[in-house]
Design a protein around this ligand. Structure first.
Ligand code: CA
Length: 229
């Protein structure tokens, strides 16, 4: 699970990141709102921890921007005061939960677990689609209009990550981190093997989708029903 922390108090951000990494979460940290939003829009994260008072763009604006683009990633806000107005505005903007500073790390971890349980279920039942292909990440069933195939767990996880990042290039490093874990011994050739399995299955399905290799960068999906760019 990959978590984005948007927090301008460096010490606090570092402390949260250290605790989360110890719990085997993968963590990215941003110290200002603009960078945080740019990261959040890539949708590679499973959850966002967001401070409200931030330089360049505040937490409310980040949450509104994500929700207006229909990005439903769970967001936990950190509020500086016990001022309930601030919290209410944050939740009204589309945040899912909040913690008031100062907080104990144990409570933060418990809330993250609760959020991921609540949202893991919703995310898992959503069909992911691209061109004439769709994947159900819960059943690992991939289908085109006339046929379907069962994927293995790892194949489905690789395809899921590509489908969730249709507009960007997905690096091998990201695939390894997300699927095998950041401290795993998996190497680039693990990814290559699964990409090759998936390519064969896409052919069998007659899917109008190709997994393109972008040399030195990673992989991206291409809709073969569209003309060449
Ligand atoms: Ca702040």
């Amino acid at each position: 699970m990959r978590i984005l922390i948007i927090e301008d108090e460096h010490q606090l951000a570092t402390a949260i990141a250290a605790v989360l990494q110890k719990e085997n979460y993968t963590v990215d940290v941003c110290h200002d709102g603009e960078t945080g939003l740019a990261f959040a829009i890539t949708q590679i994260h499973d959850l966002i921890i967001c401070d409200l008072m931030l330089p360049r763009l505040d937490g409310y604006a980040i949450i509104r921007a994500l929700r207006s683009q229909n990005i439903q990633i769970p967001i936990l806000i950190l509020t500086a005061k016990t001022d309930s107005d601030e919290t209410i505005i944050g939740l009204d903007c589309g945040a899912d939960d909040y913690l008031t500073k100062p907080f104990v790390m144990g409570e933060l971890l418990a809330r993250l677990r609760a959020l991921s349980r609540r949202f893991g279920h919703i995310v898992a039942t959503n069909l992911l689609t691209f061109s004439n292909l769709s994947l159900n990440p819960q059943t690992l069933l991939v289908q085109t209009p006339h046929t379907h195939l069962q994927l293995t767990l790892k194949e489905a996880q690789v395809l899921e990550l590509l489908l969730k990042n249709q507009t960007t290039i997905v690096s091998k490093e990201l695939l390894i981190t997300k699927i095998w874990g950041y401290d795993s011994e998996a190497e680039d050739n693990h990814v290559e093997v699964y990409i090759s399995f998936l390519r064969k299955k896409l052919l069998l399905l007659n899917a109008a989708v190709q997994i393109q290799t972008v040399r030195g960068l990673g992989y991206c999906l291409r809709n073969t029903q569209e003309g060449e760019i």
